[in-house]
Design a protein around this ligand. Structure first.
Ligand SMILES: Nc1nc2c(ncn2[C@@H]2O[C@H](COP(=O)(O)OP(=O)(O)OP(=O)(O)O)[C@@H](O)[C@H]2O)c(=O)[nH]1
Ligand SMILES: [Mg+2]
Length: 228
């Protein structure tokens, strides 16, 4: 089934509880983790420019609407240099405080933050910094989701079954361990207990429905009050 119409009834029902639409998901992560590739895979279309060379690609926060129920915000990645990190962090904080008014109440525009990790890399330093310095002080922790991209190259390209386009048993168990260890390490580094991350590959279109499931199953029950 196409992603645009995937579990529409569930999304409608979950959004109806809090009477809002669309759901706004801010996609963040280190540069090169695959945020833009993830959007292309979710949209089954070329909606965001993917980096081809060594340099960071996305420079601005831009919205992409999948359908009338889901809107994603692609963002620049952290981890390039100190000055760029400062600039991008400010942009992220700004959007976390972007508001809208309804019935005389003020709400935050962004409903969920999706943190994308590069599964081929063990270093979580930039992600910790992003969470500790930018996201957690300015956003409700129970609205943070984490997903691990680049599962196809998590073991340096080994154990990917090219014929079936999925990990073999060895890589599968490596990914399960990786998800648990990431959850534990994020708890230790930030104090936040995240939901078990989904491992997927934007490049190979692997587990993209599971990534959508993670979002759909964690649609907040109410609109977001701004952190003061
Ligand atoms: N093997 C593999 N490569 C991937 C995957 N996802 C992304 N890539 C590659 O990783 C590189 C960076 O991808 P982008 O989508 O531009 O990453 P980004 O997080 O948007 O990067 P910035 O815009 O610089 O923050 C590109 O060369 C992609 O082709 C994946 O699932 N598997
Ligand atoms: Mg990008």
């Amino acid at each position: 089934m196409r992603n645009k119409v995937y579990r529409q009834c569930d999304i409608e029902r979950n959004l109806r509880i809090a009477r809002f639409r669309p759901l706004d998901v801010l996609v963040v992560g280190a540069t090169g983790s695959g945020k833009s590739s993830t959007l292309n895979s979710l949209f089954e279309d070329n909606v965001a420019k993917v980096g081809e060379g060594c340099d960071p690609e996305t420079m601005e926060i831009e919205s992409k609407q999948l359908n009338e129920l889901l809107r994603f915000w692609d963002s620049p990645g952290l981890g390039d240099n100190v000055e760029a990190d400062r600039r991008y962090s400010r942009k992220l904080v700004d959007i976390l405080y972007r508001d809208y008014h309804l019935d005389n109440n003020q709400y935050g525009l962004i409903d969920l933050v999706l943190v994308i990790l590069d599964g081929s890399c063990r270093d979580l330093g930039t992600t910790y910094k992003l969470l500790n310095d930018v996201i957690i002080p300015n956003f409700q922790s129970d609205r943070i989701l984490v997903a691990i991209n680049q599962s196809d190259v998590a073991m340096k390209g080994r154990h990917w079954n090219f014929y079936q386009n999925c990990p073999d048993a060895m890589l599968q168990s490596f990914l399960e361990e990786k998800a648990l260890s990431t959850q534990k390490r994020i708890k230790e580094a930030t104090g936040v207990k995240i939901i078990n991350p989904v491992c997927y590959s934007a490049e190979k279109n692997f587990n993209i429905k599971e990534l959508l499931d993670l979002i759909i199953d964690h649609i907040p029950k109410e609109r977001r009050r701004l952190v003061s």
